[in-house]
Ligand binder design. Structure first.
Ligand code: GUN
Length: 285
């Protein structure tokens, strides 16, 4: 068997086209554009690259974007001041605090201060709690992109044994909830999982997001598995995922490439969340 490729790049283009219409309808209805504010602390190069990609996508979509930058040594109080100002700025409908934050800053404290209505990352405790209760109001973009991609290819997760290798709030935890909401049976693995292979071989759906190149080898998956690779790392000058793609694709039924799989979907879902937040906020006022 050679797997069908889950083409996130192609789907993201389609999602983008639909969104342009939605944004233009939004502007006609409310007389303003949706606004996304990104907050970045320090000068981590990957974080900067992600934020500039998101801003570029906003401008293509007709969404206003702004960036607030703080130095790596910024205090928690300074960052709270920035978040407060954005919570109170009516032109801002979505707030994204790029993670990871520097060590001196208590990440949970900051995320808990973002207005849940503007929390387009879905990282605030209110939105994580809503999701855990089965209410998908604002959900993190990366797992949302995974679900959207599976839906597009008609992959039904109900009843599947789903194994996720990642337990972060960015991917593993919200994805576990999304899959549970769809009645998959979910196992969440992480860095301290004792025998990773004993779990992955049972997976009907395997999602990995560790950043360890080649972690998932062909002998760790069963025939017909659906493989979603959210990992990203550099190997010999190339961008690669967690999965040994060439070998695993011979066993899988579906597989995402890296790049061109889940990455483009993440940006697409963040922008969708921003438009959703803006529609929700403005329809309340
Ligand atoms: N860091 C890695 N992924 C993400 C993401 O989706 N959102 C934010 N805010 N930070 C991240």
């Amino acid at each position: 068997m050679t797997a069908v490729v889950l083409d996130g790049r192609k789907l993201a283009v389609e999602v983008r086209a639909g969104r342009r219409e939605r944004v233009s309808g939004f502007k006609d209805k409310f007389g303003v554009a949706p606004g996304l504010a990104s907050v970045i602390v320090g000068d981590d190069s990957a974080s900067r690259m992600y934020v500039s990609m998101k801003q570029k996508a906003c401008s293509e979509a007709g969404i206003n974007s702004m960036k607030r930058e703080l130095p790596a040594e910024a205090s928690v109080e300074e960052l709270i001041g920035v978040v407060d100002a954005l919570n109170n700025d009516d032109s801002v409908h979505g707030i994204l605090v790029q993670l990871p934050l520097p060590r001196q800053i208590n990440t949970q404290r900051i995320l808990s201060l973002i207005n849940p209505l503007k929390d387009v990352d879905g990282f605030s405790p209110v939105n994580q709690g809503r999701l855990a209760a089965g209410d998908e109001f604002m959900v993190a973009a990366t797992p949302l992109g995974v679900i959207r991609l599976l839906d597009e290819y008609g992959i039904k997760v109900k009843g599947m044994d789903a194994v996720i290798v990642n337990h972060s709030i960015v991917l593993g935890r919200p994805l576990a909830m999304l899959l549970l909401n769809r009645n998959a049976t979910v196992t969440v693995c992480h860095v301290d999982t004792r025998d990773l292979k004993s779990h992955t071989v049972k997976a009907d759906l395997l999602v990995s997001g560790t950043g360890v190149a080649g972690l998932i080898k062909a002998d760790m998956v069963k025939d017909g598995v659906v493989v979603v690779d959210v990992g990203i790392s550099r190997k010999k000058g190339r961008t690669v995922g967690d999965v040994d793609y060439e070998k695993v694709k011979e066993k899988a039924s579906y597989i995402t490439p890296v790049p061109g799989g889940t990455g483009p979907m993440t940006v697409a879902m963040l922008l969708d969340n921003t438009v959703k937040a803006a529609e929700h906020i403005l329809s309340l006022s």
